[in-house]
Structure formats: structure tokens, C-alpha cells
Design a protein around this ligand. Sequence first.
Ligand SMILES: Nc1ncnc2c1ncn2[C@@H]1O[C@H](COP(=O)(O)OP(=O)(O)OP(=O)(O)O)[C@@H](O)[C@H]1O
Ligand SMILES: [Mg+2]
Length: 265
Amino acid sequence: MDRPKIGIVFGGCSEEHPVSVKSAQEVAKHLDTEKLEPLYIGITKTGAWNLCDGPDADWEDRSCRPAVLSPDRSVHGLLVLEQGQYETIRLDLVLPVLHGKLGEDGAMQGLLELSGIPYVGCDVQSSALCMDKSLAYIVARSAGIATPNFWIVRANESLRRSRIAYPVYVKPARSGSSFGVTKVHREEDLLGAVESARQYDSKVLIEEAVVGSEIGCAILGNGTDLIAGELDQISLPWSLQDPPGERPGERLRELDDHRSRGHPR
Ligand SMILES: Nc1ncnc2c1ncn2[C@@H]1O[C@H](COP(=O)(O)OP(=O)(O)OP(=O)(O)O)[C@@H](O)[C@H]1O
Ligand SMILES: [Mg+2]
């Protein structure tokens, strides 16, 4: 029997491109190829799409064929360029392994909705909401979940610093993987931190520091039929005061899991 074809989209034009390639390598390592047939779709930093062998670090230098995901539901998959002609490959499922802008913010999810191909992850609305940390806080607050106090600085807006209680974290509203995030202890350093964050987004967030640990948990499923994944804790092997070029990636550590495993929550 044919294995279901799964399109794995990785790379992308956001600053998180290398993080996505690394995530796709993890997917490749764990995917059961006896059950699923993976098709790796790599997007370069400049936004070119290619069907390639896999997400190795040098994937762009290996044999790749230009390929795009068609929004046409009758194709339900890829258009692959082959000797001046397009071949179509039907996909049963897409796993977007993109991080950041145009990958996690609803853009890719919009294309997948148009294509009619089932995909893994959040839908357009929740992707767009969660990509913008300030909007995510507003939604969480209105559901009664505590969030740190925060201030938004938009493009060309000057800082009103008077009510800010230090330390604070300054970050791009719509980025990730700690790009442009700085911990600020003194008012004198605030403007520099805002400028760092502005390299990644015109909308910047200043938020009060929270004392505690950051715990993550993936939730899989639709409607009320949900499965919670392993708990993990993010640790930064560097300080947020270190210059961005000198920061290795975030590390994930699995925590002892006290939940009842495998049961919907
Ligand atoms: N308000 C805060 N209080 C304490 N620590 C914070 C706060 N904001 C950020 N941090 C620290 O900075 C790190 C990066 O911040 P954050 O997770 O908000 O941005 P990101 O990692 O760039 O975005 P994403 O998690 O969406 O990829 C966090 O893992 C945490 O260590
Ligand atoms: Mg984070």
C-alpha cells in the first residue's frame, strides 16, 4: 500500500530560518518512513521554494527542483518544475516546520487553507494572534490569565519611560527564538534595546520581568479531543545582555512529567 505523502516545509525568509532547518532535521530523524513518505520542501532565505532530498545543513547545494505548493484544490499538492514542465505531486498532509514571519503568523496557514491540504499546527487565526506577543497577552488577559504588564512602542513612536519599573524585557512583538530580546535594568539602556528589537519588527514590546521558570507544553488535536505533549523547560545558555551574534541557540530540557500521560486534558 502506498504510504501517505507528507510535505515538510522548512527554512523560510525570516530571521529564524536556521532554527527551522534544525527543527526539520529533528523531524527527519524521528519520522517513521515505513509509514509515511516525506517530501522535503525547503524555502531559501530569499524565498525560493525547492523540493529537495532532506533538511541537511547543505540542502541548498544538493540536488533540488523548483517546486511550489499550489493553492488550487484540484492539485492538492505540489507543482514541481521538471525540464520546463510542471509535474504535480498530490500531498496527503503538510507539516509546516517554519518559524517566525510568514511561517508561523498565518501566511503559510492561509496558503494551506486555500490548497485544501490538511496541515499540522494552529489555524490562520490562532497563528496570527500568537505570533504577535502583545495580541496574545490581550487575549490571555481577557480570559483571566495573568500576564506581565507591557508597553508597546510602534515605528517612529518615542518612548514614554516614566511609568516603567525595571528590570524589563524588550523584544520585537512578532519574532521568536530570542532574536532582538534584551533584558534591561536601567533607563539609560532602554533606547538601545528598543533599537535592537526594531531590527526585527517595527512593533516593539517592553514588558516587566517575571520571576519564575518558563515551561512549555505542546497540545495536539482538534476541538475538545486534545493530547498534551511532554513538558519542557527552555534554558538560555547565554545572558540576554550578550550581543545577539554571540548567542548559541535556546536549549530545551524535558521535565519530569507529572501529568497523566496520553489522556486528553
Ligand atoms: N517578561 C519576562 N520575564 C522574564 N523572562 C523573560 C520575559 N520575557 C522574556 N524573557 C526571557 O527571554 C526569553 C525570550 O523571550 P520570549 O520567549 O518572549 O521571546 P522569543 O523566544 O523570541 O519568542 P518565541 O518564544 O515566540 O520564539 C525567554 O525564554 C525568557 O528567558
Ligand atoms: Mg521564547
